[in-house]
Design a protein around this ligand. Structure first.
Ligand SMILES: [Cu+2]
Length: 233
């Protein structure tokens, strides 16, 4: 059981890259600090009052140039392969249009259903088409290890396959105005049959995980709090 919730197919990969780099950093921190202390004691002035002028050492210099270069390239490769995974959307992903505005998210599904929280079917890939109506926002689902800027005038995207049932936070990572801190929503990952019952149900089909009928769309938008666009959508 990982220490932090890993709720998407990308989460484990992101964590392993992150932890590998942290481990490497810790290794170097400990070994360099140990050497500094060791040499400071060994070559202290009381025992070596006069410093020795060392011209250089070719093999030592080759080693400390080549080793970090190889390590950096390995880190880059490891990160790059994960980045590629995150940028290549599976062809069968359901496309959800995410609209960010000051200060709420809304989600529109291919059949036109619109929600203020993101409903996903467990184990199915979803692509988020990210659009901003005003300023730059940052679409962030910590449990999925997904963060993508939502830039006005630019069509950004991200995708994920949820791997865990439950409710997870959606945040905005960009200081996007006075209500930024309240720009929160939820991802609700539900079993496929629950998702399909809602998705293919009629207008009054209850939201997945709820037994009562969904509130009307207009009420949904008003509970989001800050729709500045009236009913002009
Ligand atoms: Cu925002």
């Amino acid at each position: 059981m990982p220490f932090f919730t890993q709720a998407s197919s990308a989460a484990g990969q992101v964590d392993s890259v992150f932890l590998a780099i942290v481990a490497l950093c810790v290794l170097f921190l400990v070994s360099i600090t140990t050497l500094i202390v060791y040499f400071a004691v060994k070559y202290r002035r009381s025992r070596h009052p006069k410093g020795v002028d060392i011209e250089g050492n070719k093999w030592l210099e080759v080693a400390w140039t080549v080793t970090p270069t190889v390590l950096f390239l390995l880190m880059f490769y490891y990160g790059w392969t994960n980045f590629e995974y995150q940028r290549n959307v599976p062809r069968d992903a359901m496309v959800v249009h995410v609209t960010a505005r000051q200060w709420a998210y809304s989600f529109r599904y291919p059949n036109g259903k619109t929600t203020t929280e993101l409903y996903l079917a467990l184990g199915k890939p979803f692509k988020m088409e990210l659009r901003s109506l005003d300023v730059i926002h940052g679409f962030y689902v910590p449990a999925f290890r997904i963060k993508q800027d939502v830039v006005p005038g630019k069509n950004n995207y991200t995708w994920f396959t949820p791997t865990m049932l439950g409710t997870f936070d959606i945040e905005c990572t960009v200081i996007c105005g006075a209500g930024h801190a309240k720009m929160l929503s939820k991802v609700r990952v539900v079993p496929v049959p629950d998702f399909e019952a809602w998705y293919f149900g009629d207008e009054n089909a209850p939201l997945p995980g709820q037994t009562t009928a969904a509130p009307a769309k207009a009420a949904d938008l008003s509970t989001a709090g800050a729709c500045r666009h009236g009913d002009g959508h």
